[in-house]
Write a protein that binds this ligand. Structure first.
Ligand code: GDP
Length: 313
């Protein structure tokens, strides 16, 4: 990533006077048009507060920022809690940024949305509130996966085993940010930093060129809150990954993963459209529920039935 002096005439630079302060202007990111950053963390950790502060900071540096909030519950409820405009109010109002809630068309809709947003915004933040599956999915879309964690001592980390200390999510994380490192919470934020740093030592590195870091920030701390440290770490990651070719390789692998997900999704659609298969699947579902047929055997029968239908058509 190349840092340049003032780029006020960059495409899309519609900054209002007085918004940019004295910040040095950076060149937009060129590789594949966008730097995609996934942000995850438990509810209440401060994701929207961080994205608001971080996003505004990036805008002041001359970047164009989009935020896509991936909310797995929206698929079920038909609405998105992240669509609430009270979140990230400043960023939502800024013409240089684009904040949108979870796309409704499932996981492939999210990939499409990220690709579209990446064309117009050089930094694309993909926020996820889900626990489990949505993290893996987002990690398969973004260039860098960032985990936000609350300040806590070792005991508290044990209290929430599904978060942070869980190996799975640590393995996905390229950067861990201990948020709320301010006031009375600074000491426990330091403890958390130490805990996560040692936990990361036992996690297999994703790239041989990047060792995940743990930093502390205060999203509410203004310029002193360390938001710049977060961006420095992300830039460093981007530069290393790009110059070593790891980023291109990662994107290639991700495209491969999504190709196969698309194959699965299209095959499932075809399968569901076949009424005979559907009828058989309904029966088998009931049997699997009652534990009368093993799930693997049922799946095999469904696929066999589908193939038979295909070959006779
Ligand atoms: P989210 O659910 O992860 O999006 O969390 P929010 O951004 O809504 O923040 C949850 C609460 O934590 C709010 O009351 C915030 O004001 C507070 N909060 C967020 N970041 C910080 C921080 O850096 N320091 C402190 N002290 N509070 C914070």
């Amino acid at each position: 990533m190349h840092i340049a002096s003032s780029t006020g005439s960059e495409p899309g630079s519609t900054a209002r006077p007085g918004q940019e302060g004295d910040q040095q202007q950076e060149q937009p990111i060129r590789l594949g048009k966008s730097f995609r950053i996934g942000l995850s963390g438990p509810p209440g950790v401060g994701k929207s507060t961080f994205i608001e502060a971080f996003g505004m900071n990036l805008l002041s540096k001359g970047h164009r920022v989009s935020v896509l909030a991936v909310d797995p519950s929206s698929a079920r409820t038909g609405g998105s809690i992240l669509g609430d405009k009270t979140r990230m109010t400043e960023l939502s109002r800024d013409t240089r940024a684009y904040v949108r809630p979870s796309p409704s068309r499932g996981t492939l809709g999210i990939v499409l949305a990220v690709n579209i947003l990446s064309a117009g915004y050089d930094i694309c933040l993909v926020e996820t509130v889900g626990v489990g599956q949505s993290e893996t999915m987002v990690a398969d879309i973004v260039d860098m996966f960032v985990l936000l964690v609350p300040p806590a001592g070792g005991d508290e980390l044990q209290v929430a085993p599904q978060w942070g200390m869980k190996k799975g999510i640590m393995e996905l994380s390229d950067l861990v940010i201990v948020n709320k490192s301010d006031g009375a919470l600074v000491d426990s934020a330091r403890n958390a930093q130490i805990e996560y740093t040692s936990a990361l030592k036992f996690v297999k590195a994703i790239s041989s060129h990047w060792k995940p870091k743990v930093i502390r920030v205060s999203s509410k701390g203004g310029p002193e809150g360390g938001i710049d440290k977060a961006w420095d770490a992300m830039k460093e990651y981007f530069d290393i990954m790009e110059s070593t070719g790891d980023l291109q390789a990662k994107r290639g692998n991700q495209r491969k993963i999504w190709m196969w997900r698309q194959v699965s999704s299209e095959l499932l659609d075809l399968l569901n459209e076949d009424t005979q298969v559907r009828e058989m699947a309904n029966e088998l579902e009931s049997k699997v529920l009652r534990n009368e047929v093993m799930s693997g055997a049922a799946a095999h029968q469904i696929v066999q039935r589908f193939m038979k239908g295909m070959s006779s058509s």
